[in-house]
Design a protein around this ligand. Structure first.
Ligand code: 3PG
Length: 470
């Protein structure tokens, strides 16, 4: 066969098909593969190739061996498969079919430790492996995603030009694609991205509920408010899609969102992010609160049951839209602060040399997290490694005490849970408190477990015990 594909894409689901179309739109000849499952997945790659004239029908496969043989050497493959077993299975097969110097990229949401394990497995046959986080959903994959690369640096250099071509471009025209570190760095940073995303979504949900009580359930007014915020610093992809979502009504005039069952699902990356923060000791209370808010929401029958035994009543309190917007903006700063701090801590833990400015830059376009704030952070991280040290944040926070009080009182008075807003407030208070109550925690630990503590005037590595009569 003389007309070989310059890239091979495995998995023709929504994301795989969209990414393939993106590559093809940039002039790449592609080999497409989708597995065969009788009655369920038949001729999937071929059907896609027939649908779009830029694909070639004889480069669409159901045989993995034929697919591999149709790709130009050194072969470059992207796996667009669900995280987990499917990846391990295909790698077992590809390891036999591929040769030294070939490159496999996992473009799914894999767990970063899995990526590192798989890289070692493929290294036995000198096959290079890249873990690539992709953000932007279906539209991003098609029109230009944000790409987070981790793994083999040499392999990255080989594929860099092509990935830059298909990636989103930031406001200065730079590709939103970068090498972020060895091993599982790309997938780790995508996981943190998703954690931040969970909290951004939850913050909007909390704002939405506050606005529902404020406007007494008028969706059109809520949509107008969120639309007006788009002309300000609050602007971002998630804010925009939220107001768009609210503009949908059914044929009877009911708002579409009001018809959706209030139980949130998840696919796991938020839980991994929450766990990782706990493991490396990096507070990520917003993404954790957002995750738990989804879990709580899913306990619908218990919520109904317990609501019958609660006798709390609503209390009058007031709030202005300006105050709510200000607190929303500040919560987003804190959410981003925790996420980026987590990346910093992980870099030390796993020996990655990731620049936060680069992460913010590649998230500033194409990604679900793209926003005015992210664009600012791309520049601000060049001068400061911490959002809490940034003047714009400090100035804005220092003028906001009344606004926080109003939002917290209003939500409490109206019996609205605000896990992410209150996590932001508590984190800020804790992080700006020179003396904490942890001296008592240390005493308690020593009392029951003889774990020891340090006296105020001692070096951190000394260990003492109290005079407790246990
Ligand atoms: C992503 O953004 O990668 C996933 O779509 C997140 O999915 P989840 O919200 O279902 O976990």
């Amino acid at each position: 066969m003389n007309k070989k594909g310059s890239w091979g894409i495995v998995g023709m689901g929504v994301m795989g098909a969209s990414l393939s179309r993106n590559f093809a739109a940039h002039g790449y000849k592609l080999s497409l593969y989708n597995r065969y499952i009788k009655g369920k997945e038949e001729k999937v790659a071929l059907k896609l190739a027939r649908k779009y004239s830029f694909f070639e029908e004889d480069l669409a496969f159901e045989s993995l061996e034929d697919f591999v043989n149709s790709i130009r050497k050194p072969r470059k493959l992207i796996l667009m498969l669900p995280a987990g077993e499917a990846i391990d299975e295909i790698l077992q097969n590809l390891k036999i079919l591929l040769q030294k110097g070939d490159i496999i990229i996992d473009g799914g949401n894999s767990e970063f430790k899995d990526t590192e394990r798989r890289a070692s497995f493929l290294k036995e046959n000198e096959i290079q492996f890249i873990g690539m986080g992709i953000s932007g959903g279906q539209k991003g994959a098609l029109e230009g995603p944000s790409l987070m690369i981790g793994g083999d640096r040499k392999a990255y250099e080989t594929v860099k030009k092509d990935l830059n071509n298909i990636a989103a471009k930031d406001s200065k025209g730079n590709p939103c694609c970068s090498f972020l570190g060895s091993g599982g760095a790309g997938h780790y940073i995508k996981m943190v991205h998703n954690g931040i995303e969970y909290a951004e979504m939850q913050l909007l949900a909390e704002v939405f509920e506050i606005l529902m009580t404020y406007f007494k359930l008028d969706f059109k007014l809520i949509q107008n408010v969120l639309e007006s915020w788009q002309n300000s610093y609050s602007d971002g992809y998630l804010l925009r899609i939220t107001s768009t979502i609210l503009s949908y009504y059914d044929s009877e005039g009911s708002n579409f969102v009001s018809k959706i069952l209030d139980k949130a699902s998840n696919k796991g990356t938020g839980a991994w992010a929450a766990i990782s923060g706990a493991v490396i000791g990096s507070p990520n209370s917003l993404m954790t609160a957002a995750l738990h808010a989804r879990y709580t929401s899913s306990m619908k029958s218990k919520r109904i049951e317990f609501s019958k035994t609660s006798n709390f009543t609503k209390k009058k309190s007031s709030i202005s839209l300006k105050q709510l917007k200000k607190v929303y903006d500040l919560c987003r700063w804190i959410n981003h602060h925790q996420g980026f701090d987590m990346i910093n801590t992980a870099c030390k833990e796993y020996n990655w040399k990731t620049e936060l400015a680069t992460v913010a830059q590649i998230w500033s376009e194409g990604s679900i997290l793209k926003s005015k704030l992210m664009e600012t952070l791309g520049t601000s991280f060049c001068n400061s490694s911490s959002i809490m040290k940034m003047e714009t944040f400090q100035n804005s926070m220092n003028k906001s005490q009344k606004d926080w009080n109003s939002v917290i009182n209003y939500s409490g008075g109206n019996l609205i849970p605000i896990p992410c807003i209150s996590a932001s407030w508590n984190y800020f208070l804790a992080m700006t408190q020179p003396f904490s109550n942890a001296n008592l925690i240390q005493a308690q630990r020593d009392f029951f477990g003889a774990h020891g503590f340090v006296f105020i005037d001692q070096k951190e590595n000394s260990l003492n015990h109290g005079p407790w009569n246990r």
